[in-house]
Design a protein around this ligand. Structure first.
Ligand SMILES: Nc1ncnc2c1ncn2[C@@H]1O[C@H](COP(=O)(O)OP(=O)(O)OP(=O)(O)O)[C@@H](O)[C@H]1O
Ligand code: NI
Length: 266
């Protein structure tokens, strides 16, 4: 049974011009995607193809215009209270822009404590212990707990967002370009951290990116979208099988400009 499944979801946005004319833009055009428990899926495609829209539908932040999203075979629109709480716990999301994803008035402790308050039965003491444990998991010093978002670096704040996502012991974390803004070194260590957590906690990820290299290491399956549709889907071991033009663009972006290729072109 899938943990999370989108079935032929469609979503269009109404856009308005200055003169008041409205147009409809199809962000998702009949997309189906199923994610099993503990599974890691890379979701790729060029800018504007609908990745973030699909990510938001999957975690219930937005409703599809057509189609349905299912959590453990239950339609998200008809969850019981208990199922909704389980869904909120099991499926977490980390966004690209960690600064706007946190309240600037909250310190790191309060940021991480929030899901613990709402989604677990831990008392204050147990919450504090869990926060210490989470900071350790994301390799941040315990002393950071009392700092405000303005007092930590972008990379540290992103790790705090990952800690917050891990806090309620989710089954799946949807990472929407979550490491894209980090410098190369921090990106590599964030990926290593996510891969480690995948092993130790059995967490699965939906890893949204336009960088094929980032998913190659730890996704089992790569799904490529283009213009609001899923155009290809292959196991990570078979990337050579990708043939759609949108997939080839992703593959091309990975190839380094080899000196001999440049020489051959001259
Ligand atoms: N809130 C919104 N209002 C209007 N149009 C939107 C909205 N969100 C997304 N869109 C449009 O829907 C389409 C898909 O956007 P989406 O953000 O899902 O793409 P994406 O694949 O995540 O792109 P990127 O890689 O740049 O993040 C785009 O054409 C975008 O302009
Ligand atoms: Ni996006």
């Amino acid at each position: 049974m899938s943990l999370l499944r989108a079935e032929t979801v469609a979503k269009h946005y109404q856009t308005y011009s200055l003169v008041g004319a409205s147009a409809s833009r199809m962000a998702l055009d009949g997309v189906s995607l199923s994610i099993g428990e503990g599974e890691t899926v890379g979701l790729l495609g060029r800018s504007g193809c609908g990745k973030s829209t699909l990510a938001r539908l999957l975690c219930g932040l937005e409703q599809p215009g057509q189609g349905q999203v299912f959590y453990r075979n239950h339609d998200l629109r008809h969850l019981t209270r208990a199922q909704r709480r389980a869904f909120r716990r099991d499926v977490q999301m980390v966004f690209q822009d960690s600064v706007s994803a946190v309240d600037p008035r909250f310190d790191m402790r309060a940021i991480i404590a929030e899901p613990l308050r709402h989604l677990t039965d831990l008392d204050a003491r147990a919450r504090e212990a869990r926060i210490r444990e989470l900071l350790e998991m994301v390799e941040l010093p315990a002393g950071i707990a009392g700092m405000l978002p303005s007092q930590v670096s972008g990379g540290q704040l992103q790790r705090v967002c990952i800690a917050r996502a891990l806090a309620p012991r989710p089954k799946l974390i949807i990472l929407d370009e979550a490491v894209s803004d980090l410098d190369v070194h921090l990106q590599a260590s964030a990926i290593a951290l996510l891969a480690k957590l995948q092993e130790s906690e059995g967490i699965g990820y939906l890893f949204v990116t336009h960088d094929l290299r980032l998913v190659e290491r730890f996704a089992e399956r790569v799904v490529v979208m283009d213009e609001g549709r899923v155009v290809e889907e292959v196991p990570t071991g078979s990337l050579a099988a990708l043939t759609h033009p949108a997939s080839l663009l992703l593959k091309d972006a990975v190839l380094p400009p080899l000196p001999e290729r440049r020489a051959a072109a001259q």
